[in-house]
Design a protein around this ligand. Structure first.
Ligand SMILES: Cc1ncc(COP(=O)(O)O)c(C=O)c1O
Length: 455
């Protein structure tokens, strides 16, 4: 049979021949494609390595008359990301077939591989372990829907996880007939402690537990989990288990990814789901599911892949009605055409983080958010729910103001042009989250305004 790649190569050759000299000069003249244009930035780091945080702030087109303390929720594209999107958009708009040339030939420098390489580098894994998705929700859905789980098995999750996580689990359970258990990892977020969290997860795992689903930094409480210790307890429970009975650790990592200086792929979990349109400040509508090489066979693909690496496998299998080989990341990436100008611009966001420095970003997140928590903890009439210890918290702070509902807190702050949010959970809190675009003065300002809210 003629495989898709072969068809495309011949199609591309035909296109190139038919558009002599105009559309694809690199293909026509056999030259390597031009190097990607690196946007010119005001220097973000001094010669001694210090970060110019004002220069970082200038990269974001955020309204200058507002204090943005919720930029984690959904990205405002920083300049290098917006420029990368624009470059890819122009290519697609000038000829949409460009995407197949980029995907299936050598002519455009393999931009899909560049996306996986960038994300793999950031998590400390291998590009072949990256499944591209459009957000955290899809990543979680692909993991749980695809999970090979029997009706006599169960998924253990916590009471603190997000709607996208819980409902992905519930739908998977409805289809497979497996059980679901929700456990509390702490009695109150403010008093959460690592030993208790690990102990509760260890105690909850039974021989029937096929997956444990947790969230790195909870958007319900701001609590950050000790993922390495949780992975250890799961590994201990797995001793002597067959692959079909192995308990997989699935992490919703979106609120730790790109604000913690950690190689998550080395922490011992099986799957890590994240959007890149939050703390990484990648293009809107992009995300990924990372999984250990030996964990992917435990999933089935859900939506036919369009990932070039995946299509190279699925297309012949489809044509020949053949059996699938063991699952790998590229087969799980949900297909259909996508907003490729966004997908392919992900490396620009990773490059920006690398330029600033993952360690500097993590330190800045600690500095700003600790300042907020320390200040808020001292304010009369304020109940801070997020632990103050940076080992148990990230960039999210949840709190209550005496006498005001969370939406009233967000609303009153908005009147002062301060963008805070409320946590979208059954028990909701007001939230303040400082990111790399924020300044210490903005923390002081929001603390002053919160103090003023308490009558
Ligand atoms: C903990 C958590 N998981 C998942 C999501 C959904 O993220 P996404 O938009 O990437 O699907 C959110 C949303 O903010 C969240 O707070």
């Amino acid at each position: 049979m003629v495989h898709r790649r072969e068809m495309l190569v011949s199609l591309v050759a035909g296109l190139a021949a038919g558009s002599a000299g105009s559309m694809f000069p690199a293909v026509l003249e056999g030259q390597p494609p031009p190097p990607p244009r690196v946007p010119r930035l005001r220097s973000l780091r001094s010669a001694t390595g210090t970060v110019d945080w004002l220069a970082v702030r200038e990269l974001f087109p955020l309204a200058p008359d507002w204090t943005h303390l919720s930029s984690f929720l959904f990205v405002s594209h920083p300049k290098p990301v917006a420029e990368a999107i624009d470059r890819f958009r122009k290519k697609l708009d000038s000829d949409a077939m460009w995407i197949e040339i980029a995907a299936f030939t050598d002519a455009e420098g393999h931009p899909f591989t560049a996306v996986k390489r960038a994300l793999a580098g950031y998590v400390g894994g291998d590009p072949s372990e990256i499944c591209l998705t459009s957000n955290t929700t899809t990543s979680l859905a692909m993991a749980y829907h695809g999970l090979r789980i029997r009706a006599d098995q169960e998924i253990v999750t916590t009471e603190h996880d997000h709607y996208s996580h819980h409902e992905s689990i519930r739908y998977a359970a409805a289809r497979s007939g497996c059980g679901v258990r929700y456990i509390p990892l702490y009695d109150s977020a403010a008093s959460a402690n690592a030993a208790q969290i690990v102990e509760r997860i260890g105690r909850a795992i039974t021989p029937k537990t096929r997956a444990v689903g947790v969230t790195w930094v909870a958007s319900s409480s701001g609590v950050k989990l000790p993922l390495d210790r949780i992975a250890e307890v799961v590994a201990r429970a797995n001793r002597g288990r067959t692959p079909a009975d192995r308990c997989l650790l699935i992490v919703d990592g979106v609120h730790g990814f790109a604000n913690q200086d950690v190689d998550v792929a080395k922490l011992g979990m099986d799957f890590f789901a994240s959007g890149t349109h939050k703390w990484l400040f990648g293009p809107r509508g992009t995300g990924f599911l990372w999984g250990r090489a030996d964990a992917w066979p435990e999933l089935r693909p859900t939506i036919p892949t369009f990932d070039p690496d995946g299509v190279a496998i699925t297309f012949p299998v489809w044509g020949d009605r053949a059996d699938y080989p063991p699952t790998q990341a590229a087969l799980v990436s949900p297909g259909g055409f996508a907003a490729y100008e966004h997908v392919l611009a992900v490396p620009a966001a990773v490059d920006l983080h690398r330029t600033i420095g993952r360690d500097h970003i993590a330190a800045r997140i600690v500095e700003l958010n600790t300042a907020f928590r320390e200040g808020a903890a001292k304010l009369p009439g304020i109940t801070l729910h997020t632990p103050r210890d940076p080992a148990l918290s990230g960039g999210i702070s949840c709190f209550e103001v005496r006498g005001l509902a969370p939406e009233q807190v967000a609303g009153r702050l908005a009147e002062k042009k301060i963008r805070a949010t409320t946590s979208p959970y059954k028990v909701s809190y007001a939230r303040v989250c400082a990111g790399i675009m924020n300044k210490p003065e903005e923390i002081e300002l929001v603390l002053r305004e919160i103090r003023a809210l308490v009558a």
